[in-house]
Every structure is written in structure tokens, then in C-alpha cells.
Design a protein around this ligand. Structure first.
Ligand code: NAD
Length: 382
């Protein structure tokens, strides 16, 4: 089977779906691999390294995709009119497409019409068996780390307490909002840098996790928040009353913070606004807010997705999108391993091609289209 790896063309996308390490392993599974020229450059991987690993380096997307039975992507392929190349039209009928496709019904219909079996890895269930192929976790982990490092870079003071002959610099107060995968890594990173760290979340389980990392918990809890977690482990959308009470607690705390890292998401919805304009205005000049939730609209009222903003009172708000893409070499390495694990888990060694049992929970979770039809429950009936 021929496996194609494309250069990602969507805005601000710096990652690549396979690395020389995973290419070697895919070849060992009995495949040939063609990598589009320049695919790894923004992750620090020159074409020569793919060639050394045994891949063919193809001049363009058309050459990479010719005859491919499997296509590995980070983001959804470009469709007609979306950019320089209609990647979707170049994918052979019958091919399996694997990526973080973020597909709506129209996109899924287009995959079905093109005869592509599309797998959206971001929809994999958050179960133990799927952990090593969990692209949301691997990427969120790095985003949480990167957010703190960039906050430290944008902050004009220091994170740790510094006792010097010239006097003492006090430790930075760091507040992490949302203690899922990204938030927990942000807590750990900010602690390692010497910050005084507190964090909040709505899921009861998160409170213990925050404390176990040595941060203090700040938050509002009531009867409603005891059931704030869905069966899948995500936060539920809560009542307006809960959010109003939570905002009171946050407002009092945030005015004393130097750094705020926002990571709160509610699956399938716009990110909740947790930091109002008034809260930003209450912060000291020179404070830094990093809004990792900017891809989903942001947790901060003044976030401009994709941009850094300086507010009237001198607070920097980093609203960049695609935070994993800001640490591309590491993000690509982990993402590529996630895809490799998915492939090896659902691989027919005899036939040397994917074997995805339709009744497997992981396969069910990620499969958008199969045999020319949209099959994912969230899209099939939409
Ligand atoms: P996420 O990215 O959907 O959300 C980030 C965090 O924001 C969550 O902790 C959520 O509770 C929090 N949040 C939502 N609304 C909030 C609000 N108003 N105020 C404060 N915080 C708010 O979450 P995630 O990082 O993808 O993790 C989701 C869950 O999946 C977690 O329970 C995690 O432990 C679990 N998980 C399980 C596995 C596994 O077992 N394989 C792997 C990864 C994650």
C-alpha cells in the first residue's frame, strides 16, 4: 500500500503528520511512503531525512497522492477554492484519510462523495486503550507547556522568587483556568519555573489533580458542579447562575495575578468567557494572559484570536491560535506517533493494509465516512 504524507497548507499550520521515525516503521509494515517536498520543513525536518528513512520525496501534492491508499494529514485537506491546490480532488477514490479533520456535515459529505474513508482522530474516545493515539492529549500537553513558556517570555518580571544582593524579586502569581490536559501541564510547567500557582476547574476530579501538582485550588463549588463531568470526562455546560457565582470568585482572585493561562473548553461549544473586560482591567500593568482557548473563540472577552493584544491598562493578551503548532517539532513527533499507533492497532499484517472493525469503539469514534456514505452518528443524521 502506498502512503502519502502532504505538506500542510492551512494558515499557521507548522506540523507534519509523519516523521522519519514513523516513516521507517510504516515502511517496515509493508508500505511505500511518499512525502511531499517541504512537508517537514517547519518542523525542522528536511526532505533528505525522509529520503534517508526510505520515503520517496514527491515534487508536489499530486505526485505524493498518485496511487495512495492511505493519506496522513494534520489538518483537513484543502477543497476546491480553499487554496493553491484542491488536495481533496487529488486523493484517489477508496483511500483512507487520517487527520484532525474537524469536519462539519458538508465536509463529511464531500469525503463520502469522493469515495474517501475519512478518520477524524480528534473524535477518538478518551479511554485507556486509546490513550497512545489520543491526538487531543498529546497536542494539548505541549500547548500547555508552550503557553507558560510564552507567558514567561512576554512577562517583564521573573517567575521565581529571586533573592539577590541587590534585593528580592517576588515570585509571579500564576492562575490556570481549566485543569484538563493542557491546564495540568501548564500548572506543572509554571511550578517548575518557580511561579506561585493556583488553578480552577468545574469538574470535581480536577480539584484533586490540581492539588496533587502542588497548586492551590480556587473555585466555586455547589450541588450542580458535583455533576459537572460528562460520562466522556468532559465538562458540561452549566447554568448561568453557576457561571455568575464562579465569576465572583475569579474576579476577586484575578486582580492579584501576574499571569493567567486560560484553557477551559466545553466540548462542541464555543469556549466559555471566564475573564471579563472588567477582570482584565483589574489586573496590574505588565500582567500577561495567555488564551489557549482562542481556537474556540477564547476564554477572555478581549481575546482577538490569532493575535497579541495590549489593553489600555497595559495587560498583554496572547490570543494565538494553534498552540501545538507553536512548538512544531515536538508536536509533530507526538502527533505522528499517535497516528502510527492507530495504524498498527488496526492493521492487517497479512494483507498489509488497514483493518478497521466497524464495531470497535475507537474505530466507531473516529470514522466519519465509509464506502461512500457518512456514518458518524454526530453527522449521519444531521
Ligand atoms: P477540555 O480541553 O475539553 O477542557 C479543558 C478543561 O476546561 C477541562 O478540565 C474542563 O473541565 C475545563 N472547564 C470547562 N469549563 C470550565 C469553566 N467554566 N471553568 C473552569 N474550567 C472549565 O478537556 P481535556 O483536557 O480534553 O480533558 C477532558 C477530560 O478527558 C479530562 O477529564 C481528562 O482527564 C480526560 N482524559 C482522559 C484520557 C484517557 O483516559 N484516555 C485522556 C485524556 C483526557
Amino acid at each position: 500500500m502506498r502512503v502519502a504524507v502532504l505538506r500542510e497548507r492551512r494558515a499557521a499550520e507548522t506540523r507534519v503528520a509523519a516523521t522519519p521515525e514513523t516513516v521507517k516503521k510504516i515502511i517496515a509494515m509493508g508500505c511505500t511512503v511518499s512525502v511531499e517536498a517541504g512537508a517537514g520543513l517547519s518542523s525542522g525536518i528536511p526532505d533528505a531525512q525522509y529520503a534517508e528513512a526510505g520515503a520517496e520525496v514527491a515534487a508536489d501534492a499530486a505526485a505524493a497522492l498518485a496511487g495512495a491508499g492511505l493519506v496522513l494529514k494534520v489538518r483537513a485537506p484543502l477543497g476546491a477554492g480553499e487554496g493553491e491546490v484542491d488536495e481533496l480532488a487529488l486523493i484517489p477514490r477508496g483511500a483512507v484519510l487520517i487527520g484532525t479533520l474537524q469536519a462539519d456535515k458538508a465536509m463529511a459529505d464531500a469525503y463520502a462523495a469522493a469515495g474517501i474513508d475519512a478518520c477524524a482522530m480528534e473524535l477518538a474516545p478518551r479511554i485507556t486503550r486509546a490513550q497512545s493515539m489520543d491526538v487531543l492529549s498529546s497536542q494539548a500537553n505541549l500547548a500547555g507547556y508552550r503557553a507558560v513558556v510564552e507567558a514567561a517570555g512576554a512577562f517583564d518580571k521573573a517567575f521565581p522568587m529571586l533573592m539577590t544582593a541587590a534585593g528580592t524579586i517576588s515570585a509571579a502569581n500564576v492562575f490556570v483556568m481549566g485543569a484538563g490536559v493542557a491546564g495540568l501541564q501548564a500548572i506543572a510547567t509554571a511550578r517548575r519555573l518557580g511561579g506561585r500557582v493556583s488553578a480552577t476547574d468545574v469538574r470535581p476530579a480536577a480539584k484533586e489533580e490540581i492539588k496533587s501538582l502542588g497548586a492551590s485550588f480556587v473555585g466555586y463549588e455547589d450541588e450542580e458542579s458535583k455533576a459537572a463531568q460528562t460520562a466522556g470526562g468532559y465538562a458540561k455546560q452549566l447554568s448561568a447562575n453557576f457561571y455568575a457565582e464562579q465569576a465572583k470568585v475569579v474576579a476577586a482572585h484575578i486582580a492579584k495575578q501576574d499571569i493567567v493561562i486560560c484553557t477551559a473548553l466545553v466540548q462542541g461549544r464555543k469556549a466559555p468567557i471566564l475573564v471579563t473586560e472588567a477582570m482584565v482591567a483589574s489586573m496590574k500593568p505588565g500582567s500577561v494572559i495567555v488564551d489557549i482557548a482562542a481556537d474556540a473563540g477564547g476564554n477572555v472577552a478581549v481575546t482577538q484570536p490569532g493575535q497579541e493584544t495590549l489593553t489600555a491598562n497595559g495587560v498583554k493578551v496572547l490570543g494565538f491560535t494553534n498552540w501545538p503548532g507553536r512548538i512544531p517539532a515536538a508536536a509533530s513527533a507526538l502527533y505522528a506517533r499517535n497516528l502510527l499507533t492507530f495504524l498498527t492497532t488496526f492493521w492487517d499484517k497479512e494483507a498489509k493494509k488497514p483493518a478497521m472493525p466497524a464495531d470497535d469503539d475507537i474505530v466507531k469514534g473516529v470514522t466519519l465516512t465509509r464506502g461512500g456514505a457518512v456514518v458518524h452518528p454526530s453527522l449521519a443524521s444531521a
